[in-house]
Design a protein around this ligand. Structure first.
Ligand code: FCB
Length: 476
């Protein structure tokens, strides 16, 4: 089929109608010619017909309206505590403008939408009863998502831990698992007649590392012991919930942040530092979840935390593993605390995004092959992939060609791995809207849609149209 589009010298036949070209090009993922005049085809990428094509968001990053309808504080709200440059208010004003965002999902043509529920909207205070207004918001939202033919993928907890849960110890405490399950069951009782895809926790490895080990994100604790507590209790929360929700037709799985962790140099100390980082960020989660045990090097450390049956509960409870991939991490030996963020190195000279993340699509291939070859090839879903870039917002339509190039390159790698045996079931772009990006506040723009944070106005960028054409041709 491809050959019919090209003349003998490999150029696009001038008689080919633009419409046909666009349709075929979308099927093959566009690359542009040197002159940038006409898009031509690279390879034709085939994805299974039931592949989930999605976009991801999270509650605190888009909603705003933090004081509306009885919401309580989360550990990320308090900018004066130094957690971010700016408050998550108004974010993208999604709590107010959600109808517009549903319309955007419909225009985009995704088959799946991953969004999170804000625990502090449902249970704003310790021992308070359910705040019905909070749950009602997600009830309406879920109906609306379904009404435009999109499958809801509900993430139950994306970092915005209620302040009161933290005051009781957060993930250091084993009974936070019970608090989480009580909250999760409330959501599942209400939405379970419509939602079939569930994610217990977003990136528990980053929560444990940045929040309890490196101490750079809320709750800003820097303590090895707390780190391991947070690892095991989150693994347990995942295992318990996945088992409770097991039923035909449902898919339940955690989302972990992955990127190859590489030594900053060939020096043996840097190599060891990268190994340690891999152990605590990757193996401490994939080990119990997929193999049924903590890695050898952590067994003694984890033993006091394990109650009878814990490992059996965690092992193979999930139906899939969600992968959030942005880029690789480079680690050097660091004389200070072992988990300190200071051991992370920015690689000079490599192309980076605005968030200083090294652009390395092959790193995604490394992760997919790791799961395929060392963890028995579980079903995987790329639950986040995307890039922040500075943009010229004066253009009538923001021309974010760099984002298109980033997404295209990652999709090409995903497709190659799929065709060589990776058990990949879906791909979600991070993210639909420009949003509030945690410690970076509003500085990093990841959206397929530009948001004017003062007015709430939304403007799809060219990456929105590009992704839409990719999805439509893949679904045709
Ligand atoms: C991920 C988070 C997500 C978003 C992206 C850029 O680690 O899960 O909320 O901020 O990074």
């Amino acid at each position: 089929m491809l050959s019919s589009l090209f003349s003998a010298d490999g150029t696009v036949s001038p008689s080919m109608r633009r419409r046909e070209l666009m349709k075929s090009a979308a099927a093959g993922l566009l690359v542009t010619t040197a002159s940038d005049a006409a898009p031509i085809l690279s390879t034709e990428l085939k994805f299974p017909t039931d592949f989930a094509w999605g976009v991801s968001t999270s509650a605190l990053q888009i909603e705003g309206s933090l004081a509306a309808d009885g919401r309580g504080p989360s550990i990320w709200d308090n900018v004066n505590g130094g957690v971010s440059r700016s408050p998550p208010e108004p974010a993208a004003s999604h709590y107010r403008l959600w109808h517009e965002d549903i319309r955007l999902l419909q225009m985009l043509g995704v088959s799946a939408y991953r969004y999170s529920i804000a625990w502090p909207r449902l249970f704003p205070k310790a021992s308070a009863p359910l705040n019905e207004a909070g749950l009602a918001f997600y009830d309406r939202l879920t109906d609306a998502v379904l009404s435009v033919g999109v499958e809801p993928w509900v993430c139950l907890h994306h970092w915005d831990l209620p302040e009161w849960v933290q005051q009781q110890g957060g993930w250091i405490r084993r009974d936070t698992v019970e608090r989480f399950l009580e909250y999760a069951r409330t959501v599942v009782r209400r939405l379970g007649d419509r939602v079939r895809h569930w994610i217990p926790l977003n990136e528990p490895n980053i929560v444990a590392y940045a929040g309890y080990g490196a101490g750079v994100w809320p709750p800003k604790l820097m303590n090895e012991e707390f780190f391991f507590d947070a690892v095991h209790h989150q693994n347990l929360a995942i295992g318990r919930l996945c088992r409770e929700l097991r039923q035909p037709g449902w898919q339940v799985g955690p989302v972990l942040a992955f990127g190859p962790i590489r030594p900053a140099s060939g020096d043996a100390r840097d190599v060891a530092a990268a190994e340690l980082q891999r152990l605590v960020l990757e193996d401490a989660f994939l080990g119990p979840i997929l193999l049924g045990h903590y890695p050898e090097a952590l067994k003694i450390r984890m033993a006091p935390l394990l109650a009878d049956g814990d490992l059996g509960t965690i092992h193979r409870a999930a139906d899939f593993i969600g992968i959030n991939y942005y880029g690789p991490m480079y680690r050097r030996a660091w004389p200070g605390a072992p988990f300190s963020n200071d051991g992370n190195v920015k690689l000079e000279g490599s192309p980076v995004t605005d968030g200083k993340i090294v652009i390395d699509p092959e790193g995604l291939g490394d992760i997919l092959r790791l799961l395929r070859d060392h963890y028995d090839n579980p079903p995987v879903v790329i639950t986040e992939n995307g890039a922040a870039f500075d943009e010229n917002v004066q253009d009538a339509q923001i021309q974010d060609q760099n984002r298109i190039a980033y997404l295209r390159a990652h999709l090409q790698v995903a497709n190659r791995e799929l065709s060589t045996g990776s058990n990949l079931r879906g791909y979600f772009v991070w993210t639909l809207l420009d949003d509030w990006e945690w410690t970076s506040g509003y500085d990093l723009k990841y959206g397929l849609v530009h948001v004017n944070f003062e007015t709430g106005d939304r403007r799809p960028k060219s990456s929105f149209d590009w992704y839409s054409s990719i999805i439509r041709s893949a679904r045709d």
